[in-house]
Design a binder for this molecule. Sequence first.
Ligand code: ADP
Ligand code: ASP
Ligand code: MG
Length: 467
Amino acid sequence: MPLLVMKFGGTSVGDAAAIRAVAAITEAQRAAWGQVALVVSAMSGVTDMLIRGATTAASGDQQTFRDVDRLLREKHAAALAELVPDESERTAISDQVFRLINEFSILCHSVAVLGELSPRAIDAISSLGERMSVRVVAAALRARGIPAEALDATGFVITTTHFGDARPLQDVTRERTRAQLLPLIERGIVPVVTGFIGATEQGMTTTLGRGGSDYSGAIIGAALDADEVDIYTDVDGVMTTDPRLAPDARVIPVLSYAEMGELAYFGAKVLHPRTIRPVVERGIPLRVRNTFNPSHPGTLVVQEVESNGQTVKAVTAIRNLSLITVEGRGMIGVPGVAARTFGAVASVGANVLMISQASSEQSICFVVPSNTVPQVTYALEHNLAMELARRDIDRIWARDDVAIITAVGAGMRDTPGVAARVFGALAESRINVIAIAQGSSECSISTVVAASDCDAAVRAVHRLTQG
Ligand code: ADP
Ligand code: ASP
Ligand code: MG
């Protein structure tokens, strides 16, 4: 029987009305597909609240996490009151949720006493939102007559120990996910699995990075060899740009994995950047759809897309970046400078989002998140001390407050002049381009602009998607 994995994001489970919509979609899709499994985010705002409680506790504040404790109780109790009419079931579920909230306060209290918040403690605390929401959603499905069971992914999504940014270990995850979920699915029970979280082989809770429930959906879909993975969110699909930036953004009906990968990597928040990989590997179609407009077909993401003559399909932006330049005449023809430069950046764990090298070889510049600049420049000065002393490298400097604007579309590969149109559009809006790079997949062109030009640049390039 075909299997559909559906992931529902934070707003999709944000209150009782949203969870009712989730239950209605689950019922309809279960009838259509035969078998379904759900992956669910924390209720909207909850992960932020948990993290705020933890970070304020670390600075000795004993009040904020107590306020968060109360808000969490109210939010989940209000949803349960509307969704679960049976009193004994409602009490049982709210007991489970309240136990998790107690755990939150106990953890925050320890953080406050220690005055220290380790990455491991942040993950233990921020994982609680999903552990609460799955219990509420599963109860809501049962109240509607759909057999459902809440499951913590910590039992089967087994990850590396990179707290806050963990990756699944594919083989064990596949084996355990199948062992846990398939028997339920075969009995007609809908598993409702926590997104965002996993555990190390030793059983320590990890998270997959903010927005990581999409990734969880793909990981579980791939492990189960699902026939499709649907990401349900609060917009009709993947759009030509962030609808909050350009009200005339339109839904894109079909995208290739490569295009979607570039969009997500370069900042389209609608999908976590790692989501594509697990589904590509197994050729599983991915769909992005709207919980609040379920009759809309959304965006389908597949291997090959027939060209519709549209070269620039979408535009994205990433903010809060800095451009670091390593420059010096002595770099010409000296092998290994680039390798050591990026070695230094990697040694502090900073993420290089884009690289561009001038053809004269006199400088290398690359873009990193602004909050990593102090560590990155320190590591560079340390690793390249000899070249600096010899004046082979003249200077290493950072330009803050820049943004990357990326135009995405597979048609760029075979169409000459797309880059010229992108730069033309920016020039027309009087936007100065600081640096450029073309992705190796040749389905994106990225430009670096001043942060203050970011919104105008997005709108300027967005006009090309109408062409
Ligand atoms: P969820 O909680 O369902 O995971 P997110 O807030 O993480 O939802 O992602 C959905 C949001 O992504 C949309 O509400 C929209 O504002 C934003 N977004 C940014 N870029 C795009 C884009 N290109 N297409 C669609 N949505 C986008
Ligand atoms: N709840 C997590 C977050 O807010 C994961 C997600 O929603 O995808 O980051
Ligand atoms: Mg999201």
